[in-house]
Design a binder for this molecule. Structure first.
Ligand code: C2E
Ligand code: MG
Ligand code: MG
Length: 607
């Protein structure tokens, strides 16, 4: 995994430099020393003791990031890997000397400007001259004097920050420029490739800015450009940590100024085109608010063009070209819109946006219904409960929860939807109760609903309103929900069980299943995912797995329900291993509440 490139190009440096009010990171002209201290300092010296001493002195001076390289043969590789901000280089080393390294650096496009401070015990002027000829930035004599060392390093870094500023930043907006975009895109693409993720390059053009210049003059146009830059930065702050200063450079986007009236955003994505579409749309929305041109409100429609890695290519220059082409098309279609480079993506992003808009409407109009699938006791074949499964009727079409729940989750619409599901399931239980029927109901809880809504409050109030016995309501959560948030999940689950509702671990086996999670989770039931049940009659592995999970879950005090049972042979095996319950087409698909009532009545009559 390549680390992010240095200074301008070094994300490590960037990530730790503080973010100013513009949300701007990295070194800048006039930055105080506090920021320079985040620089990455690399040392190459065959005597580890010297490096340790230098490091100690520099640590005393406030520096924190060091890369020590003892074997000079590895120096170039390590440089490429870490891309430091300054290099302290010993001259006399076996195999590859400091001069050799200096020569290689200066001949390498990537490092031709890297500041190099030569450490030499030689007071000999000829050596120094030779180093200067080879492009050394400064010297330090060994043994090193701590205050002189701190001074040289600081001056060198300050000079580099100045150079960086001139070379890589746009003076007006303070945004990084096209050169830096090239480097950053290269780095992000390499990294995304290794992590099997995507990168989106968005080109944003404001063709009407020319009008502002013509009407109000260049100074006002400059002012509007600064406002655009600020809005871009505010959008990209999404990637920041909650405390507002910790930026995970994997997830946050970066904005660049490309030309007179256009900008670029590099946006990391999880290969999911809908995420990119959402980011693009936020960007458009942000630019729809009028700008202030010398006291006059002006509207500047943005045209956004998007090209993505890996789908559209892996060369930054090519991606820029494609994104520019796409934004021209967006402009030709009237502006204030985004356009993906490829038609296919454009279509799927449109579909996704349409779905989102429809879903918003559906929430207002409450176009949802719950169907109920029986949960059946394995030994007796009796229905002992039901699972509420949501359906969305959008006009004549029925949209599957598999298609709209992820969108609802992404947009936050799952919060009102999820609340409705809980209330409706409880209300249905009272309707059944009034008809003389008693059954338990399980409802599915999504991740966001679990963490972002007042789940305990919603559940308590639904129970209070309907007078449903808490033990008749089960909440199904998936095991992925606890990933990385075990303690928080445990706490909420415990509170839910305290009020008396049951908890079930849904789709067990599909997430990051670990039986050790099971041990810690306060739950009552484990539902083994359909994927393990489908081939259970023929597959020895699946048989063994399901038997082992059932055995263990029982030992830990959970009841076990198998999902997706369609054939008698599957059921026979579940009987054999003493699985408690099953769901599946073998008994029934999800059906209307009336049908559940009929079946429960029929069952009662038989007794
Ligand atoms: P789930 O909770 O694991 O529900 C089981 C899914 O498997 C249901 O699909 C059900 O219809 C289907 N199924 C049941 N038995 C069989 C079978 O024998 N064969 C086959 N092939 N399929 C079977 P459905 O209703 O489409 O729901 C899909 C998923 O959507 C659910 O998986 C659940 O994760 C989610 N979901 C459904 N309703 C809600 C809801 O109200 N809230 C939330 N957050 N998620 C829901
Ligand atoms: Mg479920
Ligand atoms: Mg399930």
């Amino acid at each position: 995994m390549p680390p992010e490139p240095a200074t301008l190009a070094n994300p490590d440096t960037q990530a730790s430099t503080s973010v100013d009010s513009d949300g701007h990171q990295t070194y800048r002209l006039g930055d105080d020393f506090a920021q320079l201290r985040h620089a990455t300092i690399m040392m190459v010296d065959d005597e580890p003791i010297t490096m340790e001493v230098v490091q100690t002195f520099l640590e005393d001076a406030g520096y924190r990031k060091f890369i020590l390289v003892e074997d000079s043969v590895q120096a170039m590789d390590r440089l490429r890997e870490h891309r430091p901000d300054v290099l302290l280089l010993d001259v006399v080393m076996p195999e590859v000397s400091g001069f050799d390294i200096l020569q290689m650096l200066r001949g390498d496009e990537e490092f031709s400007h890297l500041p190099v401070i030569i450490l030499t015990s030689s007071s000999d002027a000829a050596t120094k001259l030779q180093a200067l000829d080879l492009g050394a930035t400064d010297f330090l004599s060994k043994p090193v004097d701590p205050s002189e060392l701190a001074l040289r390093v600081r001056n060198t870094l300050a000079a580099k920050a100045y150079q960086d500023q001139l070379a890589y930043y746009d003076l007006l907006t303070n945004l990084p420029n096209r050169q830096l975009l090239q480097q950053r895109a290269q780095w992000r693409i390499a990294r995304a490739g290794q992590e099997d993720r995507g990168v989106a390059l968005m080109h944003i053009a404001f063709d009407d800015l020319k009008r502002v210049t013509e009407t109000f003059g260049p100074k006002t146009a400059d002012d509007v450009l600064k406002q655009i830059a600020q809005r871009l930065q505010s959008l990209l702050k999404v990637g920041e940590g909650k405390d507002g200063n910790e930026i995970d450079s994997h997830v946050s986007g970066e904005a660049f100024r490309l030309g007179m009236v256009d900008f670029c955003v590099l946006w990391p994505s999880s290969n999911d085109i809908s995420e990119v579409a959402l980011a693009g749309r936020r960007l458009l929305e942000l630019m729809q608010v009028p700008f202030d041109a010398d006291g006059t409100e002006v509207y500047l429609p943005a045209s956004v063009g998007i090209a993505t890695f890996p789908d559209d290519g892996d060369d930054p220059a090519q991606l820029v070209r494609l994104a520019v082409g796409a934004s021209s098309q967006a402009a030709a279609n009237g502006g204030d819109r985004m356009q993906f480079y490829s038609a296919e993506m454009n279509e799927s992003s449109l579909q996704r946006l349409r779905l989102e808009a429809d879903l918003r409407r559906a929430v207002e109009a409450c176009e949802f219904r719950l169907l109920y699938q029986p949960k059946v006791e394995v030994v007796s074949g009796r229905i002992v409960g039901t699972e509420a499964l949501i359906r969305w009727h959008a006009g004549d079409t029925m949209v599957s929860p598999a298609d709209f729940i992820p969108v609802a989750e992404e947009t936050g619409l799952i919060l009102p939807i999820g609340e409705w599901v809980i209330e409706e399931a409880c209300a249905q239980m009272t309707r059944w109760r009034d008809a003389g029927i008693h059954t338990q109901v399980s409802v599915n809880i999504s991740v966001r609903q679990f963490y972002e809504s007042d789940l305990v409050g919603v559940v308590s109030s639904a129970l209070a309103k309907t007078g449903i016995v808490p033990g008749d309501l089960t909440l199904e959560v998936t095991e992925s929900l606890v990933m990385g948030r075990m303690e928080e999940a445990e706490r909420t689950l415990r509170r839910l069980r305290q009020i008396g509702v049951r908890v079930s671990i849904d789709d067990f086996g599909t997430g990051y299943s670990s039986l050790s999670y099971l041990k810690r989770l306060p739950a009552d039931e484990v539902k083994i995912d359909r994927a393990f049940i489908t081939d259970i009659a023929d597959s020895r592995e699946d048989k063994a797995l399901v038997a082992a999970v059932t055995f263990l879950a029982h030992k830990l005090g959970y009841s076990v329900c198998a999902e997706g049972v369609e054939e008698p042979a599957q059921l026979r095996y579940l009987q054999k291993i003493k699985c408690d319950e099953f769901q599946g087409y073998l008994c029934s698909k999800p059906v209307e509440p009336d049908e559940i009532a009929d079946r429960l009545r029929g069952q009662a009559d038989k007794v």
